[in-house]
Design a protein around this ligand. Structure first.
Ligand SMILES: *Cc1c(COP(=O)(O)O)cnc(C)c1O
Length: 355
């Protein structure tokens, strides 16, 4: 830290993204990217748009709003497009949090939430997940303040039924509830259908996982028009051109080819079931996942040993140091071939440990 760094940021520890190493051709199962490439229409749309890069992108994102509105059956004025969903999450903290409106979140969830709270100097409270890693809905409801949850949750992969989400949103109409649906295309029921009835609900989505666009940086929020206007006030105070031209064109094309992405999600869900079963046969307990990753713990080999053993074999998974989950690894569901390589690597490690 230089002597110029503002005191406002005392105690800020930045989010640490999953590693993106450049040394070996790793099998990357550590950041929940899609193993499948973008659809052909996305590739040509991006190439076509590149010829217009001398011009700013549309700050209202009108074409993309309309394309997404069509697929989700919502009104276009209920949408706000952002540079990844991380940006809409930060906007939510900035727009709705202050000393009197802290954010309530589970103790084990997306690591960016506490970072955004600290960055914006908004108090936050962490509510422990239950012993089985399910979200303690009653404890969340009892806490006073805005609520932010990922559904399905990360890194556990576990989902809450829509009725429980609605119970949280309805518990206090004077607090904001942010539901981060980064993984909703892999199994859970979306809360988007509730936004017409609850003006305190913000649902966030990303193109990074189910739409093969992690490198494009595209996400969005869905909420009633009044909340979208508040979030736009934040956006236009930071960067009106927050989504670049090529990404905007990619998003529109992806919506046109929605069926391709939904088919990829079905393939990943099938591979997930296969992998969970094979992990079980090898002595892992695997949490029930409605996402494109599995959260797994071996009955005798430590989580860090599994992580380093796989890394030595060219396979990257995500290991977290939080004491409650230190025995676990989060494994992205890739192609069936990648999963077979993972299982072979694990067999090797487990044999070595047995010696
Ligand atoms: C990946 C992820 C995001 C955001 O990813 P972006 O690439 O910024 O869209 C948000 N929430 C959760 C829980 C995630 O896992």
């Amino acid at each position: 830290m230089s002597r110029f760094f503002s005191n406002r940021h005392n105690g800020l520890t930045a989010y640490v993204p999953g590693e993106q190493p450049k040394d070996l051709p790793y099998i990357k199962l550590n950041t929940n990217e899609s193993p499948y490439p973008p659809s052909p229409g996305v590739l040509s749309a991006v190439a076509g748009e590149a010829t217009k890069l001398m011009l700013y992108s549309d700050p209202t994102a009108q074409a993309l709003n309309e394309a997404v509105a069509d697929v989700l059956s919502v009104s276009a004025d209920c949408l706000l497009m952002t540079n990844g969903s991380d940006e809409i999450l930060n906007f939510a903290f900035m727009a709705f949090g202050d000393e009197a409106h802290p954010f309530i979140m589970p103790d084990i969830t997306y690591g960016f939430y506490p970072v955004f709270a600290r960055l914006n100097r908004i108090p936050f409270e962490e509510i422990p997940l239950r012993q089985d890693f399910s979200v303690d809905v009653d404890a969340l409801i009892r806490a006073r303040g805005n609520i932010i949850i990922a559904n399905p949750n990360a890194p556990t992969g576990m989902v809450l039924p829509l009725s429980e989400i609605e119970r949280i949103v309805a518990s206090d109409r004077d607090r904001i509830v942010v539901v981060d649906e980064a993984y909703i295309d892999f199994g859970g029921d979306s809360a988007i259908g509730l936004i017409g009835r609850y003006d305190n609900l913000l649902v966030t989505r990303t193109f990074s996982k189910s739409y093969s666009l992690a490198g494009g940086r595209l996400g969005f929020g869905v909420a009633c028009p009044a909340l979208i206007r508040d979030l736009n006030t934040i956006k236009y105070s930071i960067n009106p051109y927050n989504v670049n031209r090529m990404t905007m064109a990619a998003g529109v094309a992806a919506m046109r080819e929605n069926a391709y992405y939904m088919e990829n999600c079905r393939r990943i869900m099938a591979t997930r079931a296969y992998t969970a079963e094979k992990l079980g046969e090898r002595g892992f307990s695997v949490l029930p996942s409605e996402t494109n990753f599995l959260f797994a713990r071996h009955h005798s080999v430590s989580g860090s040993r599994i992580y380093t053993g796989l890394r030595e074999r060219g396979i990257l998974v995500r290991h977290f140091s939080h004491p409650r989950i230190v025995d676990y690894n989060r494994i992205t569901v890739g192609t069936a071939e990648q999963m077979n390589a993972l299982l072979a690597g694990l067999d090797d490690i487990l044999q070595e440990e047995a010696r």
